[in-house]
Design a protein around this ligand. Structure first.
Ligand SMILES: O=C(O)CCC(=O)C(=O)O
Ligand SMILES: [Fe+2]
Length: 163
């Protein structure tokens, strides 16, 4: 799985037009973690949620499908968008899922990559040590995209208001 994640991230970096090794360097000695989710059947599913709305904090999450994550939105200077998602429950069936998260090397910084800032002529997100970013991510629990909002710089906020 780790090999697959690195290959996918490498291709995403190429598609973004990032410099050759920028993406792979970030994820060398990165962190791989896993969450096993169990959602029991619920007699009144319309009143409950399996997992509240959130977007994942790392670089790439592989569940049964691929989704984009906050880390990658920042690294790509806003080109890739982090998907906010939630899980509902069903009245007659349980659900079990395994989410695997790929997170960059914790000794590095999180911010838009230099080659993309040069291309876009603007940095849309702050640059902070990964450790600080993760402290903020977990302190805010799963609250939509609140941590990403904190990372956004004024230009990106204005752009979203215009769209
Ligand atoms: O259970 C799922 O399908 C998704 C789980 C999820 O979003 C997560 O663990 O971050
Ligand atoms: Fe998630």
């Amino acid at each position: 799985m780790k090999k697959l994640a690195k290959a996918i991230l490498g291709e995403m970096g190429k598609a973004l037009g990032m410099d050759n090794e920028e993406m792979t360097e970030l994820f060398d000695d990165g962190v791989q973690s896993m969450r096993m989710n169990y959602y029991p059947p619920c007699p009144e599913p319309q009143l409950a949620l399996g997992l509240c709305p959130h977007s994942d904090g790392g670089g790439l999450t592989i569940v049964y499908q691929l989704n984009e994550t906050e880390g990658l939105q920042i690294i790509s200077n806003g080109v890739y968008k982090s998907i906010e998602h939630r899980v509902t429950v069903q009245s007659n069936k349980e659900r079990l899922s395994v989410a695997t998260f790929y997170v960059p090397n914790m000794t590095k910084e999180l911010g838009p990559t230099h080659s993309l800032v040069a291309q876009h002529k603007v940095a849309n997100f702050r640059r902070v040590p990964f450790v600080e970013y993760y402290k903020g991510f977990f302190a805010r629990k799963l609250e939509g995209k609140s941590n990403l909002e904190f990372m956004k710089l004024e230009v990106e906020v204005l752009k979203e208001k215009v769209v």
